[in-house]
Design a protein around this ligand. Sequence first.
Ligand SMILES: [Zn+2]
Length: 450
Amino acid sequence: MQRNPRGATRRADSTELPINGQRLAWGGATLLVLVLLLRLFTNGSDGEDGSKQSTLADPLLTATTQIAWDAVTEGQIQSIETTPLTWNDVTVRSGDNLSLIFNRAGFSDRDVFDVTSGVQGQALRRIFPGQLIGFAADEAAELIAVRHIESPLKQTVYSKNEGQFVSEVIVRETETRERSVAITIDSSLFLAGDQAGLSAAIIMELAAILGGVIDFALDPRRGDDIVILFEENYLDGEKFSDGNILAASFNNNGRLVEAYRYTDSLGDTGYFDADGVSMRKAFLKAPLDFTRVSSSFNPNRLHPIYKTKRPHRGTDYAAPRGTPVYAAGDGRVIDAGYTRPNGNYVFIQHGEGFKTHYLHLNKKRVKRGDRVKQGQVIGTVGSTGAATGPHLHYEFLVNGVHRNPRTVHKILPKAKSLPDSEIPRFKDAIKAPVQRLARTKASDAMTGAD
Ligand SMILES: [Zn+2]
Protein backbone atom coordinates (compact mmCIF):
# COMPACT_ATOMS: atom_id res chain seq x y z
CA MET A 1 0.00 0.00 0.00
CA GLN A 2 1.37 3.39 -0.92
CA ARG A 3 1.74 6.15 1.57
CA ASN A 4 0.13 9.48 1.09
CA PRO A 5 2.95 11.85 0.17
CA ARG A 6 1.80 14.52 2.59
CA GLY A 7 1.77 11.96 5.34
CA ALA A 8 -1.82 12.77 6.16
CA THR A 9 -4.12 10.11 7.41
CA ARG A 10 -6.20 8.61 4.66
CA ARG A 11 -9.61 7.25 5.05
CA ALA A 12 -12.19 5.29 3.21
CA ASP A 13 -15.62 5.84 4.43
CA SER A 14 -18.90 4.37 3.45
CA THR A 15 -22.32 4.09 4.90
CA GLU A 16 -24.68 1.28 4.04
CA LEU A 17 -28.40 1.21 4.33
CA PRO A 18 -29.87 0.65 7.76
CA ILE A 19 -29.59 -2.99 8.69
CA ASN A 20 -31.67 -3.07 11.77
CA GLY A 21 -33.97 -0.39 13.05
CA GLN A 22 -35.23 -2.26 16.07
CA ARG A 23 -32.89 -1.77 18.95
CA LEU A 24 -35.00 -1.83 22.05
CA ALA A 25 -32.32 -3.39 24.18
CA TRP A 26 -29.87 -0.76 23.04
CA GLY A 27 -32.37 2.01 23.71
CA GLY A 28 -32.82 0.72 27.22
CA ALA A 29 -29.11 0.72 27.80
CA THR A 30 -28.81 4.27 26.56
CA LEU A 31 -31.60 5.42 28.79
CA LEU A 32 -29.92 3.77 31.71
CA VAL A 33 -26.74 5.62 30.88
CA LEU A 34 -28.64 8.88 30.56
CA VAL A 35 -30.34 8.31 33.86
CA LEU A 36 -27.03 7.45 35.49
CA LEU A 37 -25.44 10.55 34.02
CA LEU A 38 -28.27 12.66 35.25
CA ARG A 39 -27.98 11.13 38.68
CA LEU A 40 -24.31 11.97 38.58
CA PHE A 41 -25.07 15.56 37.74
CA THR A 42 -27.72 15.84 40.39
CA ASN A 43 -25.56 14.64 43.26
CA GLY A 44 -27.75 11.63 43.79
CA SER A 45 -30.87 13.65 44.37
CA ASP A 46 -33.97 11.79 43.32
CA GLY A 47 -35.13 14.96 41.71
CA GLU A 48 -38.39 15.05 43.54
CA ASP A 49 -37.87 18.22 45.47
CA GLY A 50 -34.75 19.16 43.58
CA SER A 51 -33.23 20.76 46.64
CA LYS A 52 -29.92 18.95 46.28
CA GLN A 53 -29.66 19.25 42.55
CA SER A 54 -26.67 20.94 41.06
CA THR A 55 -26.56 22.64 37.73
CA LEU A 56 -26.88 20.68 34.54
CA ALA A 57 -26.72 22.48 31.26
CA ASP A 58 -29.89 22.31 29.25
CA PRO A 59 -28.63 21.20 25.84
CA LEU A 60 -29.38 17.57 26.68
CA LEU A 61 -32.59 18.14 24.83
CA THR A 62 -32.12 20.15 21.72
CA ALA A 63 -34.64 22.15 19.81
CA THR A 64 -34.54 19.58 17.03
CA THR A 65 -35.45 16.86 19.45
CA GLN A 66 -38.35 18.84 20.72
CA ILE A 67 -39.74 19.37 17.23
CA ALA A 68 -39.36 15.68 16.55
CA TRP A 69 -41.30 14.88 19.69
CA ASP A 70 -44.05 17.27 18.64
CA ALA A 71 -44.59 15.23 15.51
CA VAL A 72 -44.60 11.98 17.43
CA THR A 73 -46.85 13.20 20.19
CA GLU A 74 -49.37 14.62 17.77
CA GLY A 75 -49.76 11.31 16.03
CA GLN A 76 -50.19 9.44 19.28
CA ILE A 77 -52.56 11.84 20.94
CA GLN A 78 -54.98 12.28 18.10
CA SER A 79 -56.64 9.04 19.09
CA ILE A 80 -57.76 10.84 22.26
CA GLU A 81 -58.18 14.39 21.03
CA THR A 82 -59.69 15.36 17.75
CA THR A 83 -57.61 18.50 17.38
CA PRO A 84 -53.81 18.39 17.64
CA LEU A 85 -52.48 19.66 20.94
CA THR A 86 -50.38 22.75 21.24
CA TRP A 87 -47.56 22.18 23.68
CA ASN A 88 -45.88 24.67 25.90
CA ASP A 89 -42.64 23.04 26.99
CA VAL A 90 -40.84 24.08 30.14
CA THR A 91 -37.26 23.02 30.89
CA VAL A 92 -36.66 21.44 34.28
CA ARG A 93 -34.09 23.56 36.10
CA SER A 94 -31.77 22.71 38.88
CA GLY A 95 -33.68 22.96 42.14
CA ASP A 96 -37.06 22.63 40.43
CA ASN A 97 -40.06 20.71 41.61
CA LEU A 98 -43.40 20.03 39.92
CA SER A 99 -45.15 22.83 41.76
CA LEU A 100 -42.60 25.41 40.56
CA ILE A 101 -42.71 24.08 37.01
CA PHE A 102 -46.51 23.98 36.83
CA ASN A 103 -46.68 27.50 38.23
CA ARG A 104 -44.18 28.72 35.65
CA ALA A 105 -46.40 27.34 32.93
CA GLY A 106 -49.47 29.01 34.46
CA PHE A 107 -50.98 26.01 36.23
CA SER A 108 -51.76 25.40 39.86
CA ASP A 109 -50.84 22.99 42.61
CA ARG A 110 -54.31 21.56 42.15
CA ASP A 111 -53.29 20.62 38.60
CA VAL A 112 -50.13 18.97 39.95
CA PHE A 113 -52.32 16.93 42.25
CA ASP A 114 -54.72 15.95 39.47
CA VAL A 115 -51.96 14.71 37.21
CA THR A 116 -49.89 12.91 39.84
CA SER A 117 -52.54 11.53 42.17
CA GLY A 118 -53.09 8.34 40.19
CA VAL A 119 -50.72 5.40 40.34
CA GLN A 120 -49.40 6.20 36.88
CA GLY A 121 -48.91 9.85 37.74
CA GLN A 122 -46.31 9.09 40.37
CA ALA A 123 -43.73 8.65 37.63
CA LEU A 124 -43.95 12.35 36.82
CA ARG A 125 -42.31 13.10 40.14
CA ARG A 126 -39.02 11.66 38.87
CA ILE A 127 -37.75 14.70 37.02
CA PHE A 128 -34.22 15.80 36.33
CA PRO A 129 -32.69 19.10 35.23
CA GLY A 130 -32.54 19.44 31.47
CA GLN A 131 -35.68 17.43 30.84
CA LEU A 132 -38.80 19.05 29.42
CA ILE A 133 -42.27 19.17 30.85
CA GLY A 134 -44.88 20.12 28.26
CA PHE A 135 -48.36 21.47 28.90
CA ALA A 136 -51.44 21.47 26.70
CA ALA A 137 -54.69 23.26 27.54
CA ASP A 138 -58.14 23.47 26.00
CA GLU A 139 -59.92 26.68 24.93
CA ALA A 140 -60.96 27.29 28.52
CA ALA A 141 -57.27 27.17 29.55
CA GLU A 142 -57.97 23.95 31.45
CA LEU A 143 -55.02 21.57 31.58
CA ILE A 144 -55.75 18.57 29.37
CA ALA A 145 -52.36 16.98 28.89
CA VAL A 146 -48.83 17.00 30.29
CA ARG A 147 -45.85 15.44 28.62
CA HIS A 148 -42.57 14.58 30.27
CA ILE A 149 -39.76 14.39 27.72
CA GLU A 150 -37.16 12.41 29.62
CA SER A 151 -34.72 11.99 26.78
CA PRO A 152 -34.66 12.14 23.00
CA LEU A 153 -35.82 8.52 23.13
CA LYS A 154 -38.48 8.50 25.78
CA GLN A 155 -41.45 10.59 26.80
CA THR A 156 -44.53 10.00 28.90
CA VAL A 157 -47.79 11.74 28.06
CA TYR A 158 -50.43 12.23 30.73
CA SER A 159 -53.76 13.10 29.17
CA LYS A 160 -57.14 13.79 30.69
CA ASN A 161 -59.69 11.16 29.86
CA GLU A 162 -63.11 11.36 31.48
CA GLY A 163 -61.79 13.56 34.27
CA GLN A 164 -58.75 11.42 35.02
CA PHE A 165 -55.18 11.66 33.81
CA VAL A 166 -53.93 8.49 32.20
CA SER A 167 -50.37 8.05 31.02
CA GLU A 168 -48.82 6.61 27.96
CA VAL A 169 -45.10 5.99 27.52
CA ILE A 170 -43.79 6.65 24.03
CA VAL A 171 -40.40 5.22 23.19
CA ARG A 172 -38.55 6.13 20.06
CA GLU A 173 -36.01 3.83 18.51
CA THR A 174 -32.84 4.77 16.78
CA GLU A 175 -32.02 3.33 13.43
CA THR A 176 -28.72 1.48 13.26
CA ARG A 177 -26.40 1.90 10.31
CA GLU A 178 -23.11 0.20 9.66
CA ARG A 179 -20.05 2.20 8.76
CA SER A 180 -16.54 1.13 7.90
CA VAL A 181 -13.48 3.30 8.11
CA ALA A 182 -9.85 2.69 7.23
CA ILE A 183 -7.18 4.70 8.96
CA THR A 184 -3.44 4.83 8.76
CA ILE A 185 -1.53 5.81 11.85
CA ASP A 186 0.63 8.81 11.19
CA SER A 187 1.42 9.97 14.69
CA SER A 188 -1.04 8.54 17.17
CA LEU A 189 -4.03 6.26 17.03
CA PHE A 190 -6.17 8.99 18.54
CA LEU A 191 -5.19 11.58 15.99
CA ALA A 192 -5.66 9.16 13.11
CA GLY A 193 -9.05 8.09 14.43
CA ASP A 194 -10.09 11.66 15.01
CA GLN A 195 -9.14 12.67 11.48
CA ALA A 196 -11.17 9.77 10.14
CA GLY A 197 -14.18 11.00 12.09
CA LEU A 198 -14.16 8.29 14.75
CA SER A 199 -15.39 9.31 18.17
CA ALA A 200 -13.07 8.99 21.15
CA ALA A 201 -15.47 6.39 22.55
CA ILE A 202 -15.09 4.16 19.50
CA ILE A 203 -11.30 4.40 19.64
CA MET A 204 -11.30 3.55 23.34
CA GLU A 205 -13.63 0.65 22.62
CA LEU A 206 -11.31 -0.58 19.88
CA ALA A 207 -8.36 -0.35 22.25
CA ALA A 208 -10.31 -2.26 24.90
CA ILE A 209 -11.19 -5.04 22.44
CA LEU A 210 -7.59 -5.42 21.29
CA GLY A 211 -6.04 -4.57 24.69
CA GLY A 212 -4.98 -8.16 25.39
CA VAL A 213 -3.12 -8.40 22.12
CA ILE A 214 -1.82 -4.93 21.38
CA ASP A 215 -0.04 -2.53 23.70
CA PHE A 216 -1.64 0.67 22.49
CA ALA A 217 0.94 2.72 24.33
CA LEU A 218 3.99 1.23 22.66
CA ASP A 219 3.02 -1.05 19.76
CA PRO A 220 1.43 1.26 17.17
CA ARG A 221 3.87 2.32 14.46
CA ARG A 222 3.69 4.95 11.78
CA GLY A 223 2.11 3.35 8.75
CA ASP A 224 0.02 0.83 10.68
CA ASP A 225 -3.39 0.31 9.10
CA ILE A 226 -6.61 -0.13 10.97
CA VAL A 227 -9.92 -1.00 9.38
CA ILE A 228 -12.94 -0.85 11.59
CA LEU A 229 -16.58 -1.76 11.00
CA PHE A 230 -19.00 -0.37 13.53
CA GLU A 231 -22.58 0.68 14.09
CA GLU A 232 -23.93 4.18 14.43
CA ASN A 233 -27.37 4.95 15.76
CA TYR A 234 -29.44 7.57 13.99
CA LEU A 235 -32.45 9.55 15.09
CA ASP A 236 -34.33 11.68 12.57
CA GLY A 237 -31.55 11.29 10.06
CA GLU A 238 -28.85 12.55 12.40
CA LYS A 239 -26.24 10.57 14.23
CA PHE A 240 -27.43 10.04 17.77
CA SER A 241 -24.81 7.74 19.25
CA ASP A 242 -22.16 5.16 18.52
CA GLY A 243 -23.14 1.53 18.42
CA ASN A 244 -21.09 -1.63 18.65
CA ILE A 245 -17.82 -2.35 16.93
CA LEU A 246 -18.59 -5.32 14.68
CA ALA A 247 -15.13 -6.06 13.35
CA ALA A 248 -11.66 -4.60 13.25
CA SER A 249 -8.35 -5.46 11.70
CA PHE A 250 -5.08 -3.92 12.77
CA ASN A 251 -1.96 -4.31 10.71
CA ASN A 252 0.64 -3.58 13.38
CA ASN A 253 4.13 -3.41 11.96
CA GLY A 254 3.39 -6.34 9.68
CA ARG A 255 1.45 -8.36 12.24
CA LEU A 256 -2.25 -8.69 11.44
CA VAL A 257 -4.65 -8.71 14.37
CA GLU A 258 -8.34 -9.22 13.70
CA ALA A 259 -11.37 -9.18 15.95
CA TYR A 260 -14.98 -10.05 15.21
CA ARG A 261 -17.97 -9.49 17.40
CA TYR A 262 -19.93 -12.68 17.77
CA THR A 263 -22.99 -13.74 19.75
CA ASP A 264 -22.91 -17.49 20.24
CA SER A 265 -25.88 -19.84 20.15
CA LEU A 266 -26.32 -19.40 23.91
CA GLY A 267 -26.58 -15.62 23.50
CA ASP A 268 -23.16 -14.69 24.90
CA THR A 269 -21.36 -11.94 23.01
CA GLY A 270 -17.62 -11.54 22.72
CA TYR A 271 -14.81 -10.70 20.32
CA PHE A 272 -12.84 -13.43 18.58
CA ASP A 273 -10.12 -13.66 16.00
CA ALA A 274 -10.87 -15.28 12.63
CA ASP A 275 -10.17 -18.73 14.15
CA GLY A 276 -12.62 -18.25 16.98
CA VAL A 277 -10.03 -17.55 19.70
CA SER A 278 -11.26 -15.07 22.29
CA MET A 279 -9.71 -11.60 22.23
CA ARG A 280 -10.11 -11.43 25.98
CA LYS A 281 -6.75 -12.45 27.42
CA ALA A 282 -5.62 -13.11 30.97
CA PHE A 283 -3.49 -9.93 30.92
CA LEU A 284 -3.71 -6.48 29.42
CA LYS A 285 -0.70 -5.60 27.36
CA ALA A 286 -0.51 -2.03 28.63
CA PRO A 287 -1.66 -1.69 32.26
CA LEU A 288 -2.49 2.01 32.08
CA ASP A 289 -4.56 4.56 30.19
CA PHE A 290 -2.63 4.41 26.94
CA THR A 291 -4.09 7.66 25.64
CA ARG A 292 -1.88 9.59 28.01
CA VAL A 293 1.38 7.79 27.36
CA SER A 294 3.72 10.13 25.51
CA SER A 295 4.04 8.68 22.04
CA SER A 296 7.63 9.78 21.47
CA PHE A 297 8.84 7.87 24.48
CA ASN A 298 10.73 4.69 23.74
CA PRO A 299 11.89 3.29 27.06
CA ASN A 300 14.24 0.72 25.55
CA ARG A 301 16.20 3.43 23.85
CA LEU A 302 15.86 6.59 25.88
CA HIS A 303 15.02 5.87 29.44
CA PRO A 304 17.89 6.90 31.71
CA ILE A 305 17.39 4.04 34.15
CA TYR A 306 18.02 1.62 31.32
CA LYS A 307 21.44 3.14 30.76
CA THR A 308 22.62 2.20 34.22
CA LYS A 309 24.48 -1.07 34.81
CA ARG A 310 21.60 -2.55 36.72
CA PRO A 311 19.52 -4.70 34.38
CA HIS A 312 16.16 -3.19 33.62
CA ARG A 313 13.58 -5.79 34.38
CA GLY A 314 10.40 -4.20 33.25
CA THR A 315 8.71 -1.83 30.85
CA ASP A 316 8.53 1.90 31.48
CA TYR A 317 5.59 3.96 30.35
CA ALA A 318 6.16 7.70 30.55
CA ALA A 319 2.84 9.37 31.27
CA PRO A 320 1.63 12.44 33.13
CA ARG A 321 1.33 12.22 36.88
CA GLY A 322 -2.14 11.00 37.77
CA THR A 323 -2.65 8.77 34.72
CA PRO A 324 -4.74 5.77 35.83
CA VAL A 325 -2.85 2.49 36.24
CA TYR A 326 -4.85 -0.73 35.78
CA ALA A 327 -4.53 -4.23 37.15
CA ALA A 328 -3.21 -6.18 34.15
CA GLY A 329 -5.32 -9.16 35.08
CA ASP A 330 -7.66 -10.55 37.74
CA GLY A 331 -5.83 -11.30 40.97
CA ARG A 332 -5.06 -10.39 44.56
CA VAL A 333 -2.87 -7.59 45.89
CA ILE A 334 -0.05 -9.37 47.76
CA ASP A 335 1.84 -6.22 48.67
CA ALA A 336 1.28 -2.47 48.51
CA GLY A 337 3.64 -0.06 50.19
CA TYR A 338 6.62 2.26 49.85
CA THR A 339 10.37 1.69 49.54
CA ARG A 340 13.15 4.10 48.52
CA PRO A 341 13.84 2.41 45.15
CA ASN A 342 10.24 1.48 44.26
CA GLY A 343 8.41 4.47 45.64
CA ASN A 344 4.73 3.64 46.07
CA TYR A 345 4.26 0.17 44.67
CA VAL A 346 1.60 -2.48 44.17
CA PHE A 347 2.30 -6.18 43.62
CA ILE A 348 -0.47 -8.42 42.31
CA GLN A 349 -0.61 -12.22 42.28
CA HIS A 350 -2.54 -13.77 39.39
CA GLY A 351 -3.37 -17.43 39.85
CA GLU A 352 -0.44 -19.65 40.81
CA GLY A 353 2.48 -18.69 38.64
CA PHE A 354 2.11 -15.03 37.69
CA LYS A 355 2.84 -11.74 39.41
CA THR A 356 2.76 -8.16 38.17
CA HIS A 357 4.55 -5.20 39.81
CA TYR A 358 3.68 -1.52 39.45
CA LEU A 359 6.26 1.00 40.73
CA HIS A 360 6.72 4.75 41.30
CA LEU A 361 2.99 5.32 41.74
CA ASN A 362 1.77 8.72 42.76
CA LYS A 363 -1.23 7.24 44.60
CA LYS A 364 -2.10 3.66 45.48
CA ARG A 365 -5.79 2.82 45.18
CA VAL A 366 -5.62 -0.71 46.63
CA LYS A 367 -4.20 -2.34 49.74
CA ARG A 368 -2.72 -5.70 50.57
CA GLY A 369 -5.30 -8.48 50.38
CA ASP A 370 -7.65 -6.71 47.95
CA ARG A 371 -9.08 -8.70 45.08
CA VAL A 372 -8.75 -6.88 41.79
CA LYS A 373 -10.32 -7.29 38.38
CA GLN A 374 -8.55 -6.80 35.07
CA GLY A 375 -8.69 -3.13 34.13
CA GLN A 376 -9.48 -1.96 37.67
CA VAL A 377 -7.62 1.22 38.65
CA ILE A 378 -5.02 0.26 41.27
CA GLY A 379 -3.17 3.58 41.41
CA THR A 380 -1.90 6.50 39.38
CA VAL A 381 1.34 7.24 37.59
CA GLY A 382 3.89 9.19 39.63
CA SER A 383 7.60 9.57 40.22
CA THR A 384 7.96 8.34 43.78
CA GLY A 385 11.15 6.44 44.69
CA ALA A 386 14.08 6.26 42.30
CA ALA A 387 12.36 7.74 39.28
CA THR A 388 13.65 10.52 37.07
CA GLY A 389 10.17 11.61 36.02
CA PRO A 390 6.57 10.45 36.13
CA HIS A 391 6.31 6.99 34.64
CA LEU A 392 4.95 3.56 35.36
CA HIS A 393 7.55 0.86 35.81
CA TYR A 394 5.77 -2.41 35.10
CA GLU A 395 7.20 -5.88 35.76
CA PHE A 396 5.89 -9.32 34.91
CA LEU A 397 7.08 -12.36 36.84
CA VAL A 398 6.52 -16.00 35.87
CA ASN A 399 7.22 -18.43 38.71
CA GLY A 400 9.22 -15.74 40.46
CA VAL A 401 11.38 -14.90 37.45
CA HIS A 402 11.22 -11.52 35.74
CA ARG A 403 10.11 -11.77 32.14
CA ASN A 404 9.84 -9.08 29.53
CA PRO A 405 6.21 -7.91 29.78
CA ARG A 406 6.32 -7.08 26.09
CA THR A 407 7.01 -10.65 25.00
CA VAL A 408 5.83 -12.75 27.93
CA HIS A 409 2.44 -13.23 26.33
CA LYS A 410 3.87 -15.87 24.06
CA ILE A 411 4.29 -18.24 26.98
CA LEU A 412 1.03 -17.49 28.75
CA PRO A 413 -1.83 -20.00 28.78
CA LYS A 414 -3.88 -19.90 25.60
CA ALA A 415 -6.99 -17.75 25.54
CA LYS A 416 -10.36 -19.46 25.40
CA SER A 417 -11.60 -20.58 21.99
CA LEU A 418 -15.11 -21.13 20.80
CA PRO A 419 -16.06 -24.81 21.07
CA ASP A 420 -15.77 -26.82 17.84
CA SER A 421 -19.53 -27.11 17.68
CA GLU A 422 -19.77 -23.31 17.47
CA ILE A 423 -17.16 -22.80 14.74
CA PRO A 424 -19.32 -23.37 11.61
CA ARG A 425 -21.90 -20.89 12.89
CA PHE A 426 -19.12 -18.44 13.79
CA LYS A 427 -17.45 -18.72 10.38
CA ASP A 428 -20.78 -18.08 8.76
CA ALA A 429 -21.45 -15.05 10.95
CA ILE A 430 -18.17 -13.33 10.19
CA LYS A 431 -18.33 -13.83 6.42
CA ALA A 432 -19.95 -10.48 5.73
CA PRO A 433 -17.71 -8.47 8.13
CA VAL A 434 -14.60 -10.13 6.67
CA GLN A 435 -15.64 -9.04 3.17
CA ARG A 436 -16.60 -5.59 4.34
CA LEU A 437 -13.20 -5.05 5.97
CA ALA A 438 -11.44 -6.24 2.82
CA ARG A 439 -13.53 -3.93 0.60
CA THR A 440 -12.87 -0.94 2.83
CA LYS A 441 -9.16 -1.67 2.92
CA ALA A 442 -9.06 -2.03 -0.88
CA SER A 443 -10.90 1.24 -1.53
CA ASP A 444 -8.66 2.96 1.00
CA ALA A 445 -5.58 1.70 -0.82
CA MET A 446 -6.96 3.10 -4.08
CA THR A 447 -7.77 6.46 -2.53
CA GLY A 448 -4.30 6.72 -1.10
CA ALA A 449 -2.49 5.81 -4.30
CA ASP A 450 -2.91 9.11 -6.09
ZN1 LIG B 1 11.75 1.16 34.86
